[in-house]
Unconditional design. Structure first.
Ligand SMILES: NC(=O)c1ccc[n+]([C@@H]2O[C@H](COP(=O)([O-])OP(=O)(O)OC[C@H]3O[C@@H](n4cnc5c(N)ncnc54)[C@H](O)[C@@H]3O)[C@@H](O)[C@H]2O)c1
Length: 272
């Protein structure tokens, strides 16, 4: 695929998975818009993209604010004239028991992860409908099928993103616009550092997670970026409304564990 002239917006691209996705697009040859609430990191990532690939535009954006989402689309159209791909990646998460949560905790997650995905899509779609083409890729999570305790707003948001993806996919298919989700498993970002830092025994925590990931390792942000790039490309021209898991097999293992635990595997393993 020829990416020259392709314009991709990535929200939350100032760090972690979003920064990895932005590099994948820039490396392929696309024009990339870095949209993030963190001005310092956003400018830094954009300067790096410009130095390495000769392209990159930073637009300071809080995806939970209507004016910022509209402003992001306006700035992109003013600079590049079109929007080919929107990647809704900006997200926040924290673990807290439900009975200790207040309304502000709920709003903090749902406003960014769910409402932000809706708002950015809503305003990008205006430009995409006009051109009768476009791709939206929503970064969801393994929480869409295998969630954890003390993650109610995050699980609700990511589950909502999955269903919103399907609804928009069928609504905008007649306009040639595809809408898909990507659900990453454990990825090497600040979240993974926080998990290890918070554990009493970091090695034990690491082992626990590795035991639940058939591929036995954490993925890099670029590995998520490669799947996103596929969904933005012509290679996935017949894929819409999908939720693709890039999780090293974790969700399969977690959702099948009970079933396997109830059966003996004796005699089912390959013989030497
Ligand atoms: N890291 C993982 O293991 C993992 C697993 C599954 C899903 N995810 C999802 O991937 C996405 C990226 O996560 P990450 O691990 O890279 O996190 P991260 O914290 O490294 O990056 C998130 C980015 O979003 C930005 N952001 C936060 N609030 C914003 C707002 N209101 N407006 C605009 N930008 C905002 C932050 O400044 C940051 O740059 C999230 O949607 C997250 O839920 C991550």
């Amino acid at each position: 695929m020829n990416w020259n002239g392709h314009v991709a917006i990535v929200t939350g691209a100032a760090s972690g998975i979003g920064a990895g996705i932005a590099v994948c697009f820039a490396e392929a040859g696309a024009k990339i818009v870095v949209a993030d609430i963190n001005e310092r990191l956003g400018e830094q990532v954009t300067a790096d993209l410009q130095a390495r690939y000769g392209k990159g535009l930073f637009v300071k954006t809080d995806v939970s604010q209507v004016a910022d989402c509209k402003g992001l689309m306006d700035a992109t159209l003013a600079a590049y004239g079109q929007i080919d791909t929107l990647v809704n990646n900006a997200g926040v998460n924290f673990v807290k028991p439900t009975l200790e949560m207040d309304e502000a905790d709920w709003d903090r997650v749902v406003d960014v992860d769910l409402k932000g995905t809706f708002l950015c899509s809503r305003y990008a779609l205006e430009a995409m409908v006009e051109r009768r083409s476009g791709a939206i890729i929503n970064i969801a999570s393994v929480h869409t099928v295998a969630t954890l305790p003390a993650a109610a707003p995050y699980a609700a948001s990511k589950g909502g993103v999955d269903m919103m993806t399907r609804s928009m996919a069928i609504e905008f298919a007649p306009y040639g616009i595809r809408v898909n989700a990507v659900s990453p498993g454990l990825t090497d970002t600040q979240i993974w550092n926080d998990i290890q830092d918070a554990a009493e025994d970091a090695e034990l925590a690491r082992q626990h997670w590795m035991d639940n990931i058939p591929l036995g390792r954490v993925q890099s942000p670029r590995e998520v970026g490669n799947v996103v790039l596929f969904l933005a490309s012509e290679q996935s021209s017949y894929v819409t409304g999908a939720n693709i898991f890039t999780d090293g097999g974790m969700t399969i293992q977690l959702t099948n564990r009970e079933r396997f635990a109830s059966k003996s595997l004796d005699g089912m393993a390959p013989q030497d």
